[in-house]
Design a protein around this ligand. Structure first.
Ligand SMILES: Nc1nc2c(c(=O)[nH]1)N=C([C@H](O)[C@H](O)COP(=O)(O)OP(=O)(O)OP(=O)(O)O)CN2
Ligand code: ZN
Length: 126
């Protein structure tokens, strides 16, 4: 079974090696969907949403919210590259005998998003 929690954060960035409006400084209200797969425990929880919130806030949101992403990262701050970083931050924190990180979807605008799954990333550790 899969369970998903949705987060939002606001960050500024500009793309590098890019010819277009996104080479200029601009901001997004990013939306992040974190999906965990596993077997419900005896009380019917795959992972407690409260625990999931606490881990994602610590590993992702507190680091990126109201930040200029180009100052934090040495890679081009595309959705795709940010997702790989997020996966590596979260994978080890969301892996137990009963559940694990399954999918991340990052919305950059209401019409643009990227998704990464375990199939894309394999068994990487943070
Ligand atoms: N494959 C990718 N392409 C682009 C990315 C990206 O992360 N991955 N990022 C950008 C820019 O950061 C830009 O902010 C988003 O582009 P776009 O969807 O074109 O933004 P709009 O505000 O124009 O969205 P509309 O909903 O179409 O108005 C560019 N490309
Ligand atoms: Zn952008």
């Amino acid at each position: 079974m899969k369970v998903t929690k949705v987060f939002e954060f606001d960050s500024a960035h500009n793309l590098i090696n890019y010819n277009g409006k996104c080479e200029k400084l601009h901001g997004h209200t990013y939306k992040l969907e974190v999906t965990v797969s596993g077997v419900p425990d005896i009380n019917g929880l795959v992972i407690d949403f409260t625990l999931l919130k606490s881990i994602v806030n610590e590993c992702i949101i507190e680091k990126l919210d109201h930040q200029y992403l180009n100052e934090l990262f040495d890679f081009n701050t595309t959705c795709e590259n940010i997702l790989v970083w997020m996966w590596n931050q979260l994978y080890g924190r969301l892996k137990t005998d009963r559940f694990e990180l399954y999918q991340l979807t990052l919305w950059e605008t209401p019409t643009s998003y990227a998704t990464v799954t375990k199939e894309d990333m394999g068994d990487v550790e943070s």
